[in-house]
Design a protein around this ligand. Structure first.
Ligand code: UDP
Ligand code: MG
Length: 139
């Protein structure tokens, strides 16, 4: 199990608002090394599979529509304690509750359109990284 990597997406709202550069600057300034990165757009099928764990939640349809409406930046990041440190860097899901200086506090619009994704465990980081960069067949 790789424990020093995490997976991120700069979401469509942040790309639309011109925040790719500032967000990447925050990520690298915090000590994360970019292991892999691509500019891409999710299909409906991609977004439904990526967020399958939320399929029964009331916001699922809205989440899939949001995540497919424009391009994203997907990346695998490396740093000691990557998953936990990256979740701290991005801040709470709801930007209204995110700490000062976090990426979501600075760049997110709402609890749905919250600028950035960060894996929540080493296991999910490995699954999500593989989903975007090599192992799509595992889904
Ligand atoms: N989300 C939403 N409404 C909610 C909660 C979450 O639209 O009430 C969206 C939001 O984009 C969030 C994603 O669903 O980032 C995944 O939710 P999760 O609870 O896993 O939050 P995260 O891990 O991204 O902080
Ligand atoms: Mg999550």
């Amino acid at each position: 199990m790789i424990t020093n990597r995490t997976f991120t997406m700069i979401k469509p709202d942040a790309v639309e608002n011109g925040y790719i550069g500032p967000i990447l600057e925050k990520i690298t300034a915090a000590g994360f090394k970019i292991v892999a990165m691509k500019y891409t757009q999710l299909s409906k099928r991609d977004a439904e599979a990526f967020y399958a764990i939320h399929s029964e939640r009331p916001f699922f349809g809205e989440l899939v529509a949001f995540m497919t409406r424009g391009p994203i930046v997907a990346a695998i990041l490396e740093k000691d304690n990557a998953v936990e440190d990256f979740r701290a860097l991005i801040g709470a899901t709801n930007p209204a509750e995110a700490a000062e200086g976090t990426i979501r506090k600075l760049y997110a619009t709402s609890i749905g359109e919250n600028a950035i994704h960060g894996s929540d465990s080493d296991e999910n980081a490995a699954i999500e990284g593989a989903f975007h960069f090599s192992g799509r067949e595992i889904f």
